[in-house]
Design a protein around this ligand. Structure first.
Ligand code: ATP
Ligand code: MG
Length: 564
Protein backbone atom coordinates (compact mmCIF):
# COMPACT_ATOMS: atom_id res chain seq x y z
CA UNK A 1 0.00 0.00 0.00
CA UNK A 2 1.15 3.51 -0.64
CA UNK A 3 2.49 4.93 2.61
CA UNK A 4 1.29 8.40 1.84
CA UNK A 5 -2.01 9.71 2.94
CA UNK A 6 -4.31 10.41 0.03
CA UNK A 7 -7.62 11.95 0.86
CA UNK A 8 -10.52 10.34 -0.96
CA UNK A 9 -11.75 12.14 -4.03
CA UNK A 10 -14.79 11.99 -6.21
CA UNK A 11 -14.81 12.16 -9.98
CA UNK A 12 -16.48 10.36 -12.85
CA UNK A 13 -13.97 7.50 -12.76
CA UNK A 14 -14.54 6.84 -9.06
CA UNK A 15 -18.28 7.00 -9.73
CA UNK A 16 -17.87 4.22 -12.29
CA UNK A 17 -15.84 2.18 -9.79
CA UNK A 18 -18.49 2.71 -7.10
CA UNK A 19 -21.06 1.41 -9.55
CA UNK A 20 -18.93 -1.65 -10.35
CA UNK A 21 -18.51 -2.30 -6.66
CA UNK A 22 -22.25 -2.10 -6.21
CA UNK A 23 -23.06 -4.50 -9.06
CA UNK A 24 -20.17 -6.78 -8.18
CA UNK A 25 -18.71 -6.63 -11.68
CA UNK A 26 -15.20 -7.22 -10.33
CA UNK A 27 -16.25 -8.74 -7.01
CA UNK A 28 -15.35 -5.46 -5.36
CA UNK A 29 -11.76 -5.72 -6.51
CA UNK A 30 -9.91 -2.61 -7.72
CA UNK A 31 -6.67 -3.11 -9.61
CA UNK A 32 -5.14 -0.34 -11.69
CA UNK A 33 -1.78 0.13 -13.38
CA UNK A 34 0.45 2.93 -14.56
CA UNK A 35 1.85 1.86 -17.94
CA UNK A 36 4.56 4.19 -19.24
CA UNK A 37 6.55 3.40 -22.33
CA UNK A 38 10.24 3.72 -21.37
CA UNK A 39 11.05 5.97 -24.31
CA UNK A 40 11.52 9.18 -22.36
CA UNK A 41 11.37 10.68 -18.89
CA UNK A 42 8.07 11.17 -17.09
CA UNK A 43 6.52 14.64 -17.13
CA UNK A 44 3.90 16.40 -15.05
CA UNK A 45 1.16 14.95 -17.29
CA UNK A 46 2.33 11.49 -16.31
CA UNK A 47 2.21 12.60 -12.68
CA UNK A 48 -1.52 13.20 -13.14
CA UNK A 49 -1.93 9.64 -14.34
CA UNK A 50 0.34 8.27 -11.57
CA UNK A 51 -1.65 10.09 -8.87
CA UNK A 52 -4.91 8.95 -10.42
CA UNK A 53 -4.01 5.27 -10.71
CA UNK A 54 -2.18 4.92 -7.40
CA UNK A 55 -4.65 7.23 -5.69
CA UNK A 56 -7.63 5.13 -6.76
CA UNK A 57 -5.92 1.95 -5.63
CA UNK A 58 -5.22 3.50 -2.23
CA UNK A 59 -8.73 4.87 -1.85
CA UNK A 60 -10.38 1.51 -2.61
CA UNK A 61 -7.90 -0.69 -0.82
CA UNK A 62 -6.77 -2.09 -4.15
CA UNK A 63 -3.49 -2.40 -5.98
CA UNK A 64 -1.68 -0.44 -8.66
CA UNK A 65 0.98 -2.04 -10.84
CA UNK A 66 3.87 -0.28 -12.48
CA UNK A 67 4.18 -1.67 -15.97
CA UNK A 68 6.76 -0.76 -18.56
CA UNK A 69 4.82 -0.76 -21.80
CA UNK A 70 7.89 -1.71 -23.78
CA UNK A 71 6.66 -3.23 -27.02
CA UNK A 72 8.43 -0.94 -29.45
CA UNK A 73 12.19 -1.53 -29.42
CA UNK A 74 13.07 1.79 -31.02
CA UNK A 75 13.77 4.44 -28.45
CA UNK A 76 13.21 2.32 -25.34
CA UNK A 77 16.14 2.10 -22.93
CA UNK A 78 17.08 0.92 -19.46
CA UNK A 79 18.00 4.51 -18.57
CA UNK A 80 14.39 5.50 -19.13
CA UNK A 81 13.17 2.53 -17.08
CA UNK A 82 15.43 3.60 -14.22
CA UNK A 83 14.24 7.19 -14.42
CA UNK A 84 10.58 6.11 -14.37
CA UNK A 85 11.16 3.93 -11.31
CA UNK A 86 12.95 6.75 -9.53
CA UNK A 87 10.29 9.31 -10.41
CA UNK A 88 7.23 7.27 -9.41
CA UNK A 89 8.94 6.40 -6.12
CA UNK A 90 9.88 10.01 -5.55
CA UNK A 91 6.27 11.05 -6.15
CA UNK A 92 5.53 8.87 -3.13
CA UNK A 93 4.00 5.73 -4.59
CA UNK A 94 4.73 2.09 -3.97
CA UNK A 95 3.99 -0.76 -6.38
CA UNK A 96 5.39 -3.27 -3.90
CA UNK A 97 6.49 -6.30 -5.93
CA UNK A 98 4.35 -5.47 -8.90
CA UNK A 99 6.81 -4.07 -11.40
CA UNK A 100 5.99 -5.66 -14.75
CA UNK A 101 7.24 -5.45 -18.31
CA UNK A 102 5.06 -5.99 -21.37
CA UNK A 103 8.18 -7.49 -22.96
CA UNK A 104 7.91 -10.34 -20.43
CA UNK A 105 4.61 -11.26 -22.07
CA UNK A 106 5.96 -11.61 -25.62
CA UNK A 107 5.63 -15.40 -25.67
CA UNK A 108 2.11 -15.32 -24.22
CA UNK A 109 1.09 -12.61 -26.65
CA UNK A 110 2.44 -14.69 -29.51
CA UNK A 111 0.36 -17.65 -28.34
CA UNK A 112 -2.71 -15.43 -28.21
CA UNK A 113 -1.99 -14.34 -31.79
CA UNK A 114 -1.81 -17.98 -32.90
CA UNK A 115 -5.13 -18.62 -31.20
CA UNK A 116 -6.67 -15.70 -32.99
CA UNK A 117 -5.44 -17.00 -36.34
CA UNK A 118 -6.84 -20.44 -35.58
CA UNK A 119 -10.19 -18.87 -34.78
CA UNK A 120 -10.15 -17.18 -38.17
CA UNK A 121 -9.96 -13.77 -36.51
CA UNK A 122 -6.53 -12.72 -37.71
CA UNK A 123 -4.66 -13.02 -40.99
CA UNK A 124 -1.28 -12.29 -42.46
CA UNK A 125 -1.53 -9.39 -44.88
CA UNK A 126 1.17 -8.86 -47.46
CA UNK A 127 0.15 -5.44 -48.70
CA UNK A 128 2.73 -2.69 -48.40
CA UNK A 129 2.33 -0.07 -45.68
CA UNK A 130 1.18 2.42 -48.31
CA UNK A 131 -1.39 0.02 -49.72
CA UNK A 132 -2.72 -0.75 -46.27
CA UNK A 133 -3.15 2.95 -45.64
CA UNK A 134 -4.90 3.41 -48.95
CA UNK A 135 -7.23 0.49 -48.31
CA UNK A 136 -8.19 1.90 -44.94
CA UNK A 137 -10.67 4.43 -46.33
CA UNK A 138 -11.64 7.67 -44.63
CA UNK A 139 -14.10 8.93 -42.07
CA UNK A 140 -16.71 9.24 -44.81
CA UNK A 141 -15.72 6.28 -47.00
CA UNK A 142 -15.49 2.64 -46.00
CA UNK A 143 -12.19 0.83 -46.44
CA UNK A 144 -11.41 -1.89 -49.00
CA UNK A 145 -10.69 -5.45 -47.99
CA UNK A 146 -7.17 -6.72 -48.41
CA UNK A 147 -6.74 -9.38 -51.10
CA UNK A 148 -5.05 -11.49 -48.41
CA UNK A 149 -7.97 -11.29 -46.02
CA UNK A 150 -9.30 -14.74 -46.79
CA UNK A 151 -6.09 -16.69 -46.55
CA UNK A 152 -6.83 -20.06 -44.93
CA UNK A 153 -5.87 -20.41 -41.29
CA UNK A 154 -3.10 -22.95 -42.07
CA UNK A 155 -1.41 -20.57 -44.46
CA UNK A 156 -1.69 -17.73 -41.93
CA UNK A 157 -0.23 -19.92 -39.19
CA UNK A 158 2.64 -20.95 -41.40
CA UNK A 159 3.39 -17.39 -42.51
CA UNK A 160 3.12 -15.96 -39.00
CA UNK A 161 5.51 -18.58 -37.60
CA UNK A 162 7.93 -17.83 -40.38
CA UNK A 163 7.58 -14.12 -39.61
CA UNK A 164 8.70 -14.92 -36.09
CA UNK A 165 11.53 -17.07 -37.39
CA UNK A 166 12.91 -14.15 -39.31
CA UNK A 167 12.30 -15.43 -42.82
CA UNK A 168 10.95 -12.16 -44.14
CA UNK A 169 12.14 -8.62 -44.57
CA UNK A 170 10.81 -5.86 -42.36
CA UNK A 171 7.47 -4.74 -43.73
CA UNK A 172 6.95 -7.78 -45.97
CA UNK A 173 3.94 -8.95 -43.95
CA UNK A 174 1.86 -7.91 -40.99
CA UNK A 175 -0.65 -9.74 -38.87
CA UNK A 176 -4.06 -8.07 -38.92
CA UNK A 177 -7.26 -8.59 -37.01
CA UNK A 178 -10.17 -9.61 -39.19
CA UNK A 179 -12.94 -7.29 -38.08
CA UNK A 180 -14.78 -4.97 -40.44
CA UNK A 181 -13.34 -2.80 -43.22
CA UNK A 182 -16.61 -0.85 -43.35
CA UNK A 183 -16.73 -0.01 -39.65
CA UNK A 184 -17.47 3.66 -39.00
CA UNK A 185 -14.66 3.42 -36.44
CA UNK A 186 -11.46 3.35 -38.49
CA UNK A 187 -9.61 1.65 -35.63
CA UNK A 188 -11.78 -1.42 -36.26
CA UNK A 189 -10.87 -1.72 -39.95
CA UNK A 190 -8.65 -4.77 -39.66
CA UNK A 191 -6.03 -3.14 -37.40
CA UNK A 192 -2.45 -4.38 -37.45
CA UNK A 193 -1.59 -6.64 -34.50
CA UNK A 194 2.05 -7.52 -35.27
CA UNK A 195 4.79 -6.15 -37.47
CA UNK A 196 8.23 -7.33 -38.45
CA UNK A 197 10.87 -5.03 -37.08
CA UNK A 198 14.51 -5.93 -36.79
CA UNK A 199 15.65 -3.79 -33.95
CA UNK A 200 17.55 -4.48 -30.77
CA UNK A 201 15.25 -4.46 -27.77
CA UNK A 202 16.84 -3.26 -24.53
CA UNK A 203 15.53 -6.35 -22.68
CA UNK A 204 14.94 -9.10 -25.22
CA UNK A 205 17.86 -8.21 -27.48
CA UNK A 206 17.44 -9.85 -30.87
CA UNK A 207 15.27 -12.70 -29.65
CA UNK A 208 12.27 -11.26 -31.44
CA UNK A 209 11.91 -9.71 -34.86
CA UNK A 210 8.15 -9.37 -34.65
CA UNK A 211 6.62 -7.00 -32.15
CA UNK A 212 2.98 -6.63 -31.03
CA UNK A 213 1.20 -3.35 -31.60
CA UNK A 214 -0.05 -1.28 -28.67
CA UNK A 215 -3.70 -2.28 -29.20
CA UNK A 216 -2.89 -5.97 -29.03
CA UNK A 217 -0.32 -5.85 -26.25
CA UNK A 218 -2.08 -3.42 -23.95
CA UNK A 219 -5.44 -5.09 -23.40
CA UNK A 220 -3.79 -8.49 -23.03
CA UNK A 221 -1.18 -7.19 -20.58
CA UNK A 222 -4.02 -5.66 -18.56
CA UNK A 223 -5.88 -8.92 -18.68
CA UNK A 224 -2.84 -11.03 -17.72
CA UNK A 225 -2.33 -8.79 -14.69
CA UNK A 226 -6.03 -9.01 -13.81
CA UNK A 227 -6.43 -5.27 -13.93
CA UNK A 228 -10.01 -4.17 -13.26
CA UNK A 229 -9.89 -0.56 -14.43
CA UNK A 230 -7.59 0.35 -17.29
CA UNK A 231 -7.43 4.11 -17.14
CA UNK A 232 -5.99 5.93 -20.14
CA UNK A 233 -6.16 9.27 -21.91
CA UNK A 234 -8.92 10.36 -24.27
CA UNK A 235 -7.10 9.68 -27.53
CA UNK A 236 -7.72 5.98 -26.88
CA UNK A 237 -11.50 6.33 -26.83
CA UNK A 238 -11.78 4.96 -30.38
CA UNK A 239 -9.54 2.06 -29.41
CA UNK A 240 -11.85 0.87 -26.66
CA UNK A 241 -14.03 -1.25 -29.01
CA UNK A 242 -10.84 -2.93 -30.23
CA UNK A 243 -9.66 -3.46 -26.65
CA UNK A 244 -12.95 -5.20 -25.90
CA UNK A 245 -13.06 -7.09 -29.20
CA UNK A 246 -9.66 -8.71 -28.69
CA UNK A 247 -10.45 -9.82 -25.15
CA UNK A 248 -13.90 -11.06 -26.18
CA UNK A 249 -12.58 -13.06 -29.13
CA UNK A 250 -9.90 -14.65 -26.98
CA UNK A 251 -12.38 -15.22 -24.16
CA UNK A 252 -9.82 -14.17 -21.60
CA UNK A 253 -10.70 -14.92 -18.00
CA UNK A 254 -10.13 -11.32 -17.01
CA UNK A 255 -11.72 -8.45 -18.93
CA UNK A 256 -10.81 -5.02 -17.54
CA UNK A 257 -12.86 -1.91 -18.16
CA UNK A 258 -11.05 0.78 -20.13
CA UNK A 259 -11.91 4.31 -18.98
CA UNK A 260 -10.60 7.45 -20.68
CA UNK A 261 -9.91 10.83 -19.11
CA UNK A 262 -8.55 14.13 -20.44
CA UNK A 263 -4.79 14.45 -20.48
CA UNK A 264 -3.14 17.33 -18.72
CA UNK A 265 -2.07 20.25 -20.87
CA UNK A 266 -0.11 22.95 -19.11
CA UNK A 267 0.42 26.49 -20.36
CA UNK A 268 3.86 27.79 -21.41
CA UNK A 269 5.30 24.32 -21.82
CA UNK A 270 4.95 21.15 -23.88
CA UNK A 271 3.91 17.78 -22.51
CA UNK A 272 4.77 15.27 -25.13
CA UNK A 273 7.75 13.00 -24.89
CA UNK A 274 8.52 13.45 -28.56
CA UNK A 275 8.79 17.23 -28.12
CA UNK A 276 10.72 16.92 -24.89
CA UNK A 277 13.21 14.59 -26.57
CA UNK A 278 13.63 17.21 -29.26
CA UNK A 279 14.41 19.88 -26.65
CA UNK A 280 17.00 17.61 -25.06
CA UNK A 281 18.59 16.32 -28.25
CA UNK A 282 18.79 19.67 -29.96
CA UNK A 283 20.18 21.06 -26.69
CA UNK A 284 17.63 23.78 -26.17
CA UNK A 285 17.84 22.65 -22.54
CA UNK A 286 20.59 20.92 -20.58
CA UNK A 287 19.21 17.42 -20.31
CA UNK A 288 15.99 15.82 -19.09
CA UNK A 289 16.49 17.18 -15.58
CA UNK A 290 17.02 20.77 -16.65
CA UNK A 291 15.05 22.72 -14.04
CA UNK A 292 13.06 24.41 -16.82
CA UNK A 293 11.72 21.09 -18.09
CA UNK A 294 8.19 19.94 -17.15
CA UNK A 295 9.66 16.54 -16.37
CA UNK A 296 9.49 15.07 -12.87
CA UNK A 297 13.30 14.99 -12.87
CA UNK A 298 13.43 18.66 -13.87
CA UNK A 299 10.90 19.66 -11.24
CA UNK A 300 12.72 17.68 -8.56
CA UNK A 301 15.96 19.43 -9.43
CA UNK A 302 14.23 22.78 -9.55
CA UNK A 303 13.11 22.18 -5.96
CA UNK A 304 9.44 21.26 -6.33
CA UNK A 305 8.27 18.78 -3.71
CA UNK A 306 6.28 15.60 -4.36
CA UNK A 307 3.64 16.86 -1.92
CA UNK A 308 3.11 20.01 -3.98
CA UNK A 309 2.87 18.05 -7.22
CA UNK A 310 0.37 15.62 -5.69
CA UNK A 311 -1.64 18.52 -4.36
CA UNK A 312 -1.66 20.09 -7.82
CA UNK A 313 -2.88 16.83 -9.34
CA UNK A 314 -5.65 16.62 -6.75
CA UNK A 315 -6.66 20.23 -7.46
CA UNK A 316 -6.95 19.80 -11.23
CA UNK A 317 -8.93 16.58 -10.81
CA UNK A 318 -9.98 14.45 -13.74
CA UNK A 319 -12.60 15.14 -16.36
CA UNK A 320 -13.62 14.15 -19.84
CA UNK A 321 -12.86 17.37 -21.68
CA UNK A 322 -9.42 18.61 -22.58
CA UNK A 323 -8.30 22.02 -21.46
CA UNK A 324 -5.17 24.02 -20.86
CA UNK A 325 -4.31 24.31 -17.18
CA UNK A 326 -2.63 27.57 -16.28
CA UNK A 327 0.91 27.00 -15.02
CA UNK A 328 0.26 29.63 -12.34
CA UNK A 329 -1.96 27.07 -10.57
CA UNK A 330 1.01 24.72 -10.37
CA UNK A 331 3.17 27.56 -9.08
CA UNK A 332 0.50 28.43 -6.54
CA UNK A 333 0.63 24.85 -5.19
CA UNK A 334 4.42 25.01 -5.07
CA UNK A 335 4.37 28.27 -3.06
CA UNK A 336 1.72 26.99 -0.71
CA UNK A 337 3.86 24.02 0.15
CA UNK A 338 7.19 25.84 0.30
CA UNK A 339 5.82 28.61 2.45
CA UNK A 340 5.22 26.10 5.22
CA UNK A 341 8.35 24.05 4.95
CA UNK A 342 11.15 26.41 3.96
CA UNK A 343 13.58 27.98 6.31
CA UNK A 344 13.99 31.72 5.77
CA UNK A 345 17.27 33.25 4.80
CA UNK A 346 18.77 36.29 3.18
CA UNK A 347 20.69 36.45 -0.03
CA UNK A 348 21.62 39.29 -2.32
CA UNK A 349 21.54 38.51 -6.01
CA UNK A 350 23.22 41.64 -7.43
CA UNK A 351 25.24 43.10 -4.58
CA UNK A 352 25.79 46.80 -3.97
CA UNK A 353 28.13 47.84 -1.12
CA UNK A 354 26.47 49.76 1.65
CA UNK A 355 28.63 51.41 4.30
CA UNK A 356 27.11 52.55 7.58
CA UNK A 357 29.30 55.51 8.46
CA UNK A 358 28.33 55.76 12.13
CA UNK A 359 28.59 52.05 12.88
CA UNK A 360 31.87 51.23 14.67
CA UNK A 361 34.53 49.55 12.56
CA UNK A 362 35.19 45.99 13.60
CA UNK A 363 31.96 45.71 15.59
CA UNK A 364 29.77 42.67 14.83
CA UNK A 365 26.33 42.08 16.24
CA UNK A 366 24.89 38.59 16.07
CA UNK A 367 21.21 39.12 15.44
CA UNK A 368 18.97 36.18 16.26
CA UNK A 369 16.26 35.43 13.68
CA UNK A 370 13.55 32.81 13.62
CA UNK A 371 14.00 30.32 10.80
CA UNK A 372 10.28 30.50 10.12
CA UNK A 373 8.06 33.38 11.25
CA UNK A 374 5.04 31.15 11.98
CA UNK A 375 6.81 28.06 13.14
CA UNK A 376 9.00 28.45 16.24
CA UNK A 377 9.68 24.71 16.06
CA UNK A 378 12.00 25.39 13.14
CA UNK A 379 14.39 27.16 15.47
CA UNK A 380 16.43 30.26 14.91
CA UNK A 381 19.80 31.31 13.62
CA UNK A 382 22.34 34.05 14.12
CA UNK A 383 22.90 36.62 11.40
CA UNK A 384 25.91 38.91 11.70
CA UNK A 385 25.45 42.64 11.26
CA UNK A 386 28.45 44.87 10.59
CA UNK A 387 29.51 48.19 9.16
CA UNK A 388 29.72 47.10 5.55
CA UNK A 389 26.75 45.29 4.05
CA UNK A 390 25.52 44.27 0.64
CA UNK A 391 22.11 45.26 -0.55
CA UNK A 392 20.38 44.61 -3.86
CA UNK A 393 21.46 47.00 -6.63
CA UNK A 394 17.88 47.68 -7.55
CA UNK A 395 16.96 48.56 -3.97
CA UNK A 396 18.80 51.84 -4.48
CA UNK A 397 17.86 54.37 -7.13
CA UNK A 398 19.57 57.68 -7.72
CA UNK A 399 16.36 59.22 -9.00
CA UNK A 400 13.59 57.12 -7.53
CA UNK A 401 9.97 57.66 -8.48
CA UNK A 402 7.64 58.76 -5.67
CA UNK A 403 6.24 55.34 -4.95
CA UNK A 404 9.66 53.68 -4.70
CA UNK A 405 9.64 52.23 -1.22
CA UNK A 406 13.33 51.59 -0.97
CA UNK A 407 16.54 53.54 -0.70
CA UNK A 408 17.45 56.75 -2.51
CA UNK A 409 18.93 60.17 -1.83
CA UNK A 410 17.30 61.74 1.21
CA UNK A 411 15.48 58.55 2.14
CA UNK A 412 15.23 56.22 5.08
CA UNK A 413 14.56 52.53 4.92
CA UNK A 414 14.53 49.60 7.32
CA UNK A 415 17.04 46.80 6.94
CA UNK A 416 15.06 43.58 7.32
CA UNK A 417 14.83 42.54 11.00
CA UNK A 418 17.28 45.27 11.87
CA UNK A 419 18.01 49.00 12.00
CA UNK A 420 16.61 51.91 10.09
CA UNK A 421 19.26 53.54 7.92
CA UNK A 422 19.39 56.95 6.31
CA UNK A 423 21.08 57.92 3.04
CA UNK A 424 24.25 60.03 3.21
CA UNK A 425 25.89 59.87 -0.20
CA UNK A 426 27.02 57.59 -2.98
CA UNK A 427 30.24 56.74 -4.78
CA UNK A 428 30.36 56.31 -8.54
CA UNK A 429 32.88 54.71 -10.82
CA UNK A 430 34.61 57.61 -12.53
CA UNK A 431 34.71 55.97 -15.92
CA UNK A 432 31.39 54.19 -16.14
CA UNK A 433 29.27 56.32 -13.85
CA UNK A 434 28.03 53.17 -12.18
CA UNK A 435 27.11 53.44 -8.49
CA UNK A 436 29.66 51.37 -6.59
CA UNK A 437 28.88 52.24 -3.00
CA UNK A 438 26.21 53.89 -0.92
CA UNK A 439 26.84 55.50 2.44
CA UNK A 440 24.26 55.71 5.18
CA UNK A 441 23.92 56.25 8.89
CA UNK A 442 21.92 54.00 11.15
CA UNK A 443 19.58 54.84 14.00
CA UNK A 444 20.74 52.72 16.96
CA UNK A 445 17.35 53.02 18.65
CA UNK A 446 15.44 51.22 15.92
CA UNK A 447 16.87 47.73 15.97
CA UNK A 448 13.79 45.91 17.13
CA UNK A 449 11.05 48.46 16.82
CA UNK A 450 9.72 51.69 15.40
CA UNK A 451 11.65 54.92 15.84
CA UNK A 452 10.90 56.52 19.24
CA UNK A 453 9.86 59.78 17.56
CA UNK A 454 7.06 57.96 15.75
CA UNK A 455 8.21 58.74 12.18
CA UNK A 456 6.91 56.27 9.61
CA UNK A 457 9.35 54.13 7.63
CA UNK A 458 7.60 51.95 5.09
CA UNK A 459 10.34 50.39 3.02
CA UNK A 460 12.13 47.23 4.08
CA UNK A 461 15.11 45.87 2.20
CA UNK A 462 17.18 42.73 2.68
CA UNK A 463 20.93 42.65 3.16
CA UNK A 464 23.91 40.53 4.14
CA UNK A 465 27.08 41.44 5.95
CA UNK A 466 29.86 41.87 3.37
CA UNK A 467 32.59 40.28 5.44
CA UNK A 468 30.52 37.37 6.72
CA UNK A 469 28.45 36.49 3.68
CA UNK A 470 29.50 33.74 1.32
CA UNK A 471 29.52 33.69 -2.47
CA UNK A 472 26.91 31.74 -4.39
CA UNK A 473 25.70 31.18 -7.91
CA UNK A 474 22.00 31.65 -8.44
CA UNK A 475 20.00 30.45 -11.43
CA UNK A 476 16.79 32.29 -12.17
CA UNK A 477 14.21 30.60 -14.33
CA UNK A 478 11.42 31.97 -16.41
CA UNK A 479 8.84 30.12 -18.49
CA UNK A 480 10.30 27.82 -21.10
CA UNK A 481 8.02 29.21 -23.82
CA UNK A 482 6.90 32.72 -24.59
CA UNK A 483 3.39 31.73 -25.59
CA UNK A 484 0.78 29.93 -23.51
CA UNK A 485 0.15 27.22 -26.06
CA UNK A 486 3.32 26.53 -28.04
CA UNK A 487 1.77 23.47 -29.67
CA UNK A 488 -1.26 25.42 -30.79
CA UNK A 489 0.81 27.49 -33.24
CA UNK A 490 1.24 26.45 -36.87
CA UNK A 491 4.98 26.98 -36.87
CA UNK A 492 7.71 24.93 -35.39
CA UNK A 493 7.12 24.98 -31.62
CA UNK A 494 10.78 25.68 -30.80
CA UNK A 495 10.32 29.10 -32.40
CA UNK A 496 8.42 30.09 -29.28
CA UNK A 497 11.11 29.13 -26.77
CA UNK A 498 11.80 31.91 -24.30
CA UNK A 499 15.41 33.07 -24.84
CA UNK A 500 15.41 34.42 -21.27
CA UNK A 501 14.25 31.24 -19.60
CA UNK A 502 17.55 30.95 -17.73
CA UNK A 503 19.58 33.73 -16.15
CA UNK A 504 22.72 32.73 -14.28
CA UNK A 505 24.04 35.13 -11.65
CA UNK A 506 27.50 34.34 -10.37
CA UNK A 507 28.34 37.16 -7.99
CA UNK A 508 25.61 36.57 -5.41
CA UNK A 509 26.16 36.68 -1.64
CA UNK A 510 24.20 34.71 0.94
CA UNK A 511 24.15 34.84 4.73
CA UNK A 512 26.64 32.55 6.48
CA UNK A 513 23.92 30.20 7.82
CA UNK A 514 23.49 28.97 4.24
CA UNK A 515 27.08 27.77 4.01
CA UNK A 516 25.94 24.36 5.18
CA UNK A 517 23.10 24.07 2.66
CA UNK A 518 23.04 20.54 1.33
CA UNK A 519 21.98 19.75 -2.24
CA UNK A 520 18.19 19.71 -2.26
CA UNK A 521 17.77 22.01 0.77
CA UNK A 522 15.12 24.65 0.24
CA UNK A 523 14.95 28.21 1.52
CA UNK A 524 12.89 31.29 1.23
CA UNK A 525 15.21 34.18 0.52
CA UNK A 526 13.51 37.24 1.94
CA UNK A 527 11.71 39.17 -0.80
CA UNK A 528 13.24 37.08 -3.61
CA UNK A 529 11.41 33.78 -3.65
CA UNK A 530 12.07 30.15 -2.89
CA UNK A 531 15.43 28.62 -3.69
CA UNK A 532 16.87 25.14 -3.70
CA UNK A 533 20.52 24.13 -3.52
CA UNK A 534 21.09 22.40 -6.85
CA UNK A 535 21.14 18.61 -6.66
CA UNK A 536 23.95 18.28 -9.17
CA UNK A 537 26.11 21.36 -9.01
CA UNK A 538 25.89 22.63 -5.45
CA UNK A 539 28.34 21.47 -2.82
CA UNK A 540 29.62 22.75 0.49
CA UNK A 541 32.49 24.42 -1.28
CA UNK A 542 30.45 25.92 -4.10
CA UNK A 543 26.89 26.98 -3.45
CA UNK A 544 24.53 26.92 -6.40
CA UNK A 545 20.87 27.78 -5.91
CA UNK A 546 17.94 27.37 -8.27
CA UNK A 547 15.11 29.77 -7.86
CA UNK A 548 12.13 27.44 -7.52
CA UNK A 549 9.52 30.15 -7.80
CA UNK A 550 9.12 33.83 -6.96
CA UNK A 551 7.00 35.00 -4.04
CA UNK A 552 4.35 36.68 -6.11
CA UNK A 553 1.34 34.51 -6.72
CA UNK A 554 -0.52 35.30 -9.91
CA UNK A 555 -2.98 32.45 -9.56
CA UNK A 556 -5.58 34.51 -7.70
CA UNK A 557 -5.56 37.01 -10.53
CA UNK A 558 -5.73 34.40 -13.26
CA UNK A 559 -8.45 32.40 -11.59
CA UNK A 560 -10.47 35.47 -10.73
CA UNK A 561 -10.34 34.64 -7.03
CA UNK A 562 -9.55 37.63 -4.95
CA UNK A 563 -6.91 37.11 -2.33
CA UNK A 564 -7.62 38.15 1.20
P1 ATP B 1 3.50 11.45 -24.51
O1 ATP B 1 2.34 11.98 -25.25
O2 ATP B 1 4.12 12.42 -23.58
O3 ATP B 1 4.50 10.76 -25.35
P2 ATP B 1 2.47 8.93 -23.87
O4 ATP B 1 1.02 8.76 -23.68
O5 ATP B 1 2.98 8.45 -25.14
O6 ATP B 1 2.86 10.40 -23.54
P3 ATP B 1 3.11 6.86 -22.08
O7 ATP B 1 4.42 6.48 -21.57
O8 ATP B 1 2.44 5.94 -23.02
O9 ATP B 1 3.30 8.28 -22.74
O10 ATP B 1 2.13 7.27 -20.90
C1 ATP B 1 1.94 6.50 -19.75
C2 ATP B 1 0.62 6.86 -19.16
O11 ATP B 1 0.56 8.23 -18.83
C3 ATP B 1 -0.51 6.60 -20.13
O12 ATP B 1 -1.56 5.95 -19.43
C4 ATP B 1 -0.92 7.96 -20.60
O13 ATP B 1 -2.26 7.98 -20.93
C5 ATP B 1 -0.58 8.84 -19.41
N1 ATP B 1 -0.28 10.19 -19.84
C6 ATP B 1 0.62 10.58 -20.76
N2 ATP B 1 0.60 11.91 -20.93
C7 ATP B 1 -0.36 12.39 -20.10
C8 ATP B 1 -0.87 13.69 -19.81
N3 ATP B 1 -0.41 14.78 -20.43
N4 ATP B 1 -1.86 13.80 -18.90
C9 ATP B 1 -2.32 12.72 -18.27
N5 ATP B 1 -1.89 11.48 -18.48
C10 ATP B 1 -0.92 11.29 -19.39
MG1 MG C 1 1.81 6.17 -25.26
Amino acid sequence: MPQIDISPQTDFIRTIIDEHNKTGRFQGRVATRFPPEPNGYLHIGHAKSVCLNFGIAAQYGGTCNLRMDDTDPSGETQEYVNSIIQDVKWLGFDWERRLFYASDYYEQLYQYALQMIQQGKAYVCSLSADDIREHRGTLTEPGKESPYRNRPAEENLDLFKRMRDGEFEDGAHVLRAKIDMASPNITMRDPILYRIKRAHHYRTGTKWCIYPMYDFAHCLSDSLEKITHSICTLEFENNRPLYDWILDELKTASHPQQIEFARLNLSYTVLSKRRLIELVEREYVKGWDDPRMPTIAGMRRRGYTPEAIRNFCAKIGVAKNENLVDVSLLEHCIRDDLNERSQRGMGVLRPLRLVIDNYPEGKVEELEYPNHPQNPGMGSRKVPFSRVLYIEQDDFLENPPKKFNRLGPGREVRLRYSYIIKYVNMVKDEKTGEITEVHCTYDPETRNGPPPDGRKIEGVIHWVSAEHSVPAEVRLYDRLFQVADPMGQDDEFTKYLNPKSLETLTGCRVEPALTTAKPGDRFQFERLGYFCADLKDSSLGRLVFNRIVTLRDSWAKVSGQSKK
